[in-house]
Design a binder for this molecule. Structure first.
Ligand code: AMP
Ligand code: ZN
Length: 205
């Protein structure tokens, strides 16, 4: 595949909806499995998990933490995975501590992920990135669609499984645009992106 057309297809994959028939050997939704073996993207690994850079980062720092065990999504989790989820979060926090201690981060999962293989997002809260383009991108990280790792772990401890309502959560992606810091309404993505520059994302000392 030529570079230009590959890039175009990759961008479509990020939105989760390829518009044309794919020529890949694997389905686009399996891309994270390929990226787990890509030395350009892997930043850290141990016997249980791999941390990669998100290929289309939605903030200054955006990492994905993936278990080595085959776990397609949150629904695959069983009570014995509590320890693994705690390990994924601990690994992410450790990486952030050694990467950039000055910025605020959130650690969590998309309630309805588009990509296969369980992945924890570790994302700085500046959302300063050219890859953050759409209302869906924004709402996926700033509404309840983004579930904190701690809440997922609590849910698994309490119920022995983790399930989120697909319809209810998908509807959140169409919420009106609001600043994640002050809650002010924003008329479109360019206005939002300008507005969020007025806040500080530094960790308070
Ligand atoms: P989600 O499945 O909604 O939790 O999000 C998937 C994340 O994976 C998004 O933040 C994408 O930018 C990112 N992504 C998509 N394809 C790849 C890839 N091949 N390698 C690394 N990150 C990817
Ligand atoms: Zn604001």
């Amino acid at each position: 595949m030529k570079m230009a057309s590959k890039r175009k297809t990759d961008e479509k994959m990020d939105s989760g909806k390829p518009s044309k028939v794919q020529k890949f050997t694997g389905h686009w939704s399996q891309g994270l499995l390929t990226s787990m073996d890509d030395p350009e993207l892997v930043v850290k690994s141990d016997d249980r998990a791999v941390i990669i850079k998100d290929k289309y980062p939605k903030a200054k720092h955006h990492f994905l933490v993936l278990p080595k065990e085959t776990l397609p999504n949150l629904k695959s989790l069983k009570p014995e995975h509590v320890d693994l989820l705690e390990h994924l979060e601990k690994m992410a926090r450790h990486l952030v501590d050694t990467t950039d201690k000055t910025l605020k981060f959130r650690y969590g999962y998309h309630a309805v992920p588009s990509m296969s293989h369980l992945h924890l997002h570790a994302i700085s809260q500046d959302f300063d990135s050219p890859c953050l383009k759409t209302k869906k991108h924004w709402n996926s990280f700033t509404t309840e669609y983004f579930v904190d790792s701690k809440d997922v772990i609590e849910r698994l401890k309490k119920h022995g499984k983790v399930e989120y309502d697909i319809k209810e959560n998908t509807a959140l992606l169409n919420n009106d645009l609001r600043c994640h810091v002050c809650g002010s309404a924003q008329k479109n993505m360019p206005a939002l992106k300008t507005h969020i520059k007025c806040h500080s994302y530094k960790v308070e000392s």
